[in-house]
Design a protein around this ligand. Structure first.
Ligand SMILES: [Zn+2]
Length: 384
C-alpha cells in the first residue's frame, strides 16, 4: 500500500459488506497492520433530518449531497486526516462519498459535482463494492424494512447495482473492484484477499478453472457411457498449452453425481480423472489438480453440500492450496452451473458452445466470454 492506506467499503444492502469487518481486521493484523473502521458520521443529523421532512418536490439532490458532505468533511478533518499516510495503518470507510455517487448522482454531471464537493478525500487505494443478484439481496433483507414494498425495493437495488457497475468503469481513479457476494462467506473472503494482496504486493497465482464433461471431454453419449475420458484433443490441446505457457494453473472442477446415485464407485471416477490427466501429460500439458463433487443433486434427494456447482466449496479449496488470485483467473465451462460458479467466485467466465450444454439456469447472468471451445478462448485471452 503505497499512498494513503485508505479503503472504501460499499455495496447494495443485502450484499453483507458489514460481515467482513473481523476478517479484514485479521488480514491486516497478520501483516502487523492496524485497521480503523469509520462509518458515515451524523454530526449534522438534525439538519439532514429536518431537510428530509420536506416534500420530495422541494428537495434538491445537490443540497442533500452537500449535507452528507458536511458530515464527511467534519469527520475527515478531525478523525481521518491525521491517520492517513501516517504509520497508523489502514483506514476503512463505509458510506464514503462513493455511496453518494451511487445513490444521488443520476448523471455524469452530478457525479462530477459530488466528486468536486468531496475533493478533500485522497483517492482510495481500493474501493471494494459488494454486489449480488438483486433478487438474492431482496430475500436477505426482507422483513428488515416493512414500509417499502418488495417491488420498490427490488427496483431500487437493481438501479443501485447498475449505478455501481457504471461507476466502476467510469471512475478508474477510485480503484473500484466489484465483489460478487452471491455465494458463501468464503467466496467473498478469497476475492477480498486477492485485492488486498495486490495492494500489499503479495504475489499470487493465476488459474483457469475448467469444467470436465462437455468442455474437456466428449460427453455426448451421456448417460449411456459414464464416466468419460474421451478428450476433445483438437479443441483443447493447443489452448491449454498456451494457457499453461502464460503461467495459468489448470484446475478441473467437476460434478460427478454418479457416485451419489450409486452408479459409479469413487475409484472409477478417480480413474477417469487420472486418465484425462495422463492423456494431457502425453501432450506436454500438466493438469495441476482436479476436484469433484460426488454428491447427488438435492432435487434427487442428495445432500445440500458445499461442493456442488454453482457453490464455490471446491474453488475455495483450490484457491487456498494454490494461492489463487480471483481477479486474474477464469472459469471455463459449457453449462449454467459453470458460469454461475465462476460469477459467485468473482471470476471472469467463458461459456464454450460446441457441446451445447444446458444454459437454461443462467437468467440475467452473462458469461464474460462466449467461444466455441477452449482453444478459441485461449486465443482470445492471448490477444487481450
Ligand atoms: Zn458435493
Amino acid at each position: 500500500m503505497k499512498r494513503s492506506g485508505l479503503i472504501f467499503l460499499e455495496g447494495i444492502s443485502g450484499a453483507g459488506k458489514d460481515s467482513y469487518d473481523d476478517w479484514i481486521t485479521g488480514y491486516f493484523a497478520n501483516l502487523g497492520i492496524q485497521t480503523r473502521f469509520f462509518t458515515e458520521p451524523s454530526v449534522f443529523r438534525h439538519v439532514t433530518e429536518a431537510y428530509k421532512r420536506l416534500p420530495q418536490s422541494e428537495r434538491d439532490p445537490e443540497v442533500e449531497a452537500m449535507l452528507f458532505t458536511a458530515d464527511r468533511k467534519q469527520q475527515f478533518n478531525t478523525s481521518i486526516k491525521p491517520l492517513i499516510g501516517s504509520s497508523h495503518g489502514v483506514v476503512v470507510m463505509k458510506r464514503s462519498f462513493l455511496s453518494s455517487l451511487a445513490y444521488q448522482a443520476k448523471t455524469d454531471d452530478e457525479v462530477a459535482k459530488i466528486r468536486a464537493m468531496n475533493h478533500f478525500f485522497p483517492d482510495p487505494d481500493l474501493s471494494a463494492v459488494f454486489l449480488c443478484d438483486p433478487q438474492t439481496a431482496l430475500s436477505r433483507i426482507q422483513g428488515r424494512d416493512k414500509e417499502v414494498s418488495p417491488d420498490e425495493t427490488l427496483k431500487k437495488i437493481t438501479m443501485l447495482k447498475g449505478r455501481y457497475e457504471h461507476l466502476a468503469t467510469a471512475l478508474p481513479d477510485l480503484n473500484i473492484k466489484l465483489i460478487s457476494a452471491d455465494a458463501s462467506f468464503g467466496a467473498v473472503q478469497y476475492q477480498l484477499r486477492s485485492h488486498f494482496n495486490k495492494l500489499m504486493g503479495v504475489p499470487m497465482e493465476r488459474a483457469v478453472f475448467l469444467d470436465k464433461d462437455g468442455t474437456l471431454v466428449d460427453n455426448s453419449e451421456y448417460p449411456a457411457i459414464v464416466p468419460t475420458d474421451k478428450i476433445y484433443f483438437d479443441q483443447t490441446v493447443e489452448g491449454l498449452r498456451s494457457l499453461q505457457g502464460a503461467g495459468y494453473k489448470l484446475i478441473i472442477i467437476s460434478s460427478q453425481p454418479w457416485v451419489g446415485r450409486g452408479r459409479l464407485s469413487p475409484v472409477q471416477v478417480e480413474d477417469a480423472f487420472k486418465s484425462v490427466a495422463a492423456q494431457y501429460a502425453e501432450k506436454g500439458i500438466i493438469i495441476d489438480a482436479y476436484y469433484y463433487c460426488p454428491h447427488q443433486r438435492p432435487e434427487e434427494g442428495g445432500v445440500d453440500c458445499e461442493c456442488k456447482k454453482p457453490k464455490t466449496g471446491l474453488l475455495e479449496q483450490a484457491a487456498e492450496r494454490f494461492n489463487i488470485d480471483t481477479s486474474r483467473s477464469y472459469f471455463v465451462g459449457d453449462r449454467s452451473d459453470d458460469i454461475l460458479t465462476g460469477r459467485n467466485f468473482g471470476l471472469e467466465t467463458c461459456l464454450v458452445t460446441m457441446s451445447k450444454g444446458d444454459i437454461s439456469g443462467l437468467g440475467d447472468v452473462k458469461p464474460t466470454y462466449l467461444h466455441r471451445d477452449v482453444n478459441a478462448f485461449a486465443r482470445a485471452l492471448k490477444k487481450d
